[in-house]
Design a protein around this ligand. Structure first.
Ligand code: NOJ
Ligand code: MG
Length: 543
């Protein structure tokens, strides 16, 4: 491993293929559509892309219920389309990551079908977690575990046994202590490496092993993320030798087609919903994965003290194991920042400021499709919701579909260049008022969110102080602004308001998320400053 491996300061763009770009007019985004839009990623200036699952799936959970882990779903394309996408991305200098979903399969996976067809105690059931129930007739679930999507984590099959699913019932959990399971995922990883991918984003990386004996979890499950690592179904010790073996596999597997990453530089990024920074850091020790999404940052309110703490704690924890912090503001699972930070013009101002904050921090960053357009969360009619959370919460939680509607590319009405299909044929409806948010509408507007992201990424690439270098926090927790220096000569300042903030007199504004006339930074605005190398003194309210 070298200090300057590409993944230490890369910006990676998340593509949710069915909602990105449709090439064949069926209303569903596909791999050929994504390939045709790669110039958008090149112009944006990212280093890599991550494709969420595109494998055959009954789509109970947007593709995170996989029935054939080495195939490509018919509506999304073919393996050849993936090869072409990967080759073209590499030609543009973009790395390609794909999702690996090892915690569960679809209930339509041949393994689970075989398990259901087999009697209790049969080896076909031992790839999953089948157990007898509690109560005189086994009519109670084997323990008190809850699904992350709401409701019990167990479903009973006709012969009376129960099987575990930490998500939807159509996503049965695998038993990672059965040697057939790791062997199968080694096969899956090798398959995609042979197709030129540069690494994997590992889904629910904190959940693969369950505590032996499956003890009760007690009350309050899924309510306090800071306690996630204490749950008997999360963060078990056996995960770490497994991830060490995967890292070694990636480094040893023969190199892929020309343009793919060198074997030692392939990437594993953990989707681990572990919020205690020290526990999260364990996933990225030098011989395990290289990145773990910083969900504490994603879930942070627009609040100086909260952000200050997350930045300080995560930087310290990751530094202790020599890993980069992996900043993330949005994903296909979260409420879009514009909406989360208050909606309307306030939400937009804050989302712009948050982007500059994130992209100035040391380490790596993930940008979710549409974040660079400042899209708000879409409001979908009840009858178009697909997220299992909607049903499992008894229609109290709308789920994640509002951030998964198709991207607006051009034009003034749906489907905004996403597809040639009629809007009613598209797999999610798009809002009627997104005409000003399309890529086409923003690309030549210097004040657009797209222009802000492009410029931020350009400076990030070119300025020697950005990327992986050191961070020096200058502001106190609880102050009305956040300020930090990157290396020498670059400072990021974010004003949380309500008043204006005076910028340092001799500072040159490299980029700002809003107007900075008169040397003042308005509320909910961030600026990147070029400061003289000697200026490293602490910042007050008017530094
Ligand atoms: C995390 C994925 O990001 C999410 O979309 C999915 O529902 C769960 N893992 C289960 O696979
Ligand atoms: Mg299509």
């Amino acid at each position: 491993m070298t200090r300057d491996a590409w993944w230490r300061d890369a910006v990676c763009y998340e593509i949710h293929p069915r909602s990105f770009a449709d090439s064949d007019g069926d209303g569903v985004g596909d791999l050929a559509g994504a390939r045709a839009r790669l110039p958008h990623l090149r112009d944006l200036g990212v280093d890599a892309l991550w494709l969420t699952p595109f494998c055959p799936s009954p789509l109970v959970d947007a593709g995170y219920d996989i029935s054939d882990p080495t195939g490509v779903a018919r509506d999304v394309g073919t393996v050849e389309d993936l090869d072409a996408l990967t080759a073209e991305a590499h030609a543009l200098g973009l790395r390609v990551l794909v999702d690996l979903v090892p915690n569960h399969t679809s209930s339509e996976h041949p393994w689970f079908r075989a398990a259901l067809g087999a009697p209790a105690g049969d080896p076909a059931r031992a790839r999953y977690i089948f157990r007898a129930g509690r109560g005189p007739h086994g009519e109670e679930p084997p323990n008190d575990w809850c699904s992350a999507f709401g409701g019990p984590a167990w479903t009973r099959v006709p012969d009376g046994e129960w099987y575990l699913h930490l998500h939807a019932p159509e996503q049965p959990d695998l038993d990672w202590r059965n040697p057939e399971v790791p062997a199968e995922f080694e096969r899956v990883m090798r398959w995609w490496l042979d197709h030129g991918v540069d690494g994997f984003r590992v889904d629910v990386a904190h959940a693969l092993f369950k505590a032996r004996g499956l003890p009760d979890a007690g009350p309050g499950q899924h309510q306090d993320p800071l306690r996630n690592h204490l749950m008997p179904y999360y963060d078990q010790e056996e995960l770490h030798p497994l991830y060490r073996s995967w890292r070694a596999l990636l480094a040893a597997h023969p190199e892929g087609p020309p343009g793919s990453a060198a074997a030692h530089d392939r990437l594993l990024v953990a989707e681990a919903a572990v919020f205690e920074p020290g526990r999260l850091a364990r996933y990225v020790r030098p011989d395990e994965m290289q990145q773990s999404f910083n969900f504490a940052f994603l879930e942070c309110d627009w609040d100086q003290a909260a952000l200050h703490r997350v930045i300080e704690d995560s930087a310290r924890a990751m530094e202790s194991v020599g890993a980069p912090v992996t900043w993330v503001l949005s994903s296909h699972d979260s409420v879009r920042p514009v909406t989360r930070f208050g909606g309307g013009s306030t939400g937009m101002r804050r989302a712009r400021a948050a982007a500059l904050l994130m992209l100035a921090l040391p380490g790596t960053a993930y940008v979710y499709q549409g974040e660079e357009l400042g899209l708000p969360q879409a409001q979908l009619p009840d009858d178009r919701l697909r997220d299992p959370v909607w049903e499992r919460s008894g229609h109290t939680e709308r789920g994640r579909d509002g951030c998964r509607v198709p991207l607006p590319w051009s034009g003034t009405a749906p489907p905004y260049g996403f597809s040639t299909a009629a809007p009613s044929e598209c797999w999610f409806p798009q809002p009627e008022d997104w005409g000003a948010l399309t890529v086409r509408a923003q690309q030549d507007d210097p004040d657009s969110v797209l222009a802000l992201y492009r410029e931020a990424l350009r400076i990030r690439r070119e300025h020697p102080a950005t990327g992986g270098g050191p961070l020096r926090l200058l502001s106190e927790s609880g102050a009305s602004h956040l300020a930090f220096d990157r290396g020498t000569g670059m400072r990021c300042m974010v004003n949380f308001g309500p008043g204006e903030l005076l910028l340092p007199e001799d500072a040159k504004v490299l980029l700002a998320s809003g107007p900075t006339s008169g040397g003042r930074l308005p509320a909910d605005t961030a600026a990147w400053l070029s400061t003289a190398p000697a200026r490293t003194g602490a910042a007050g309210e008017s530094p």
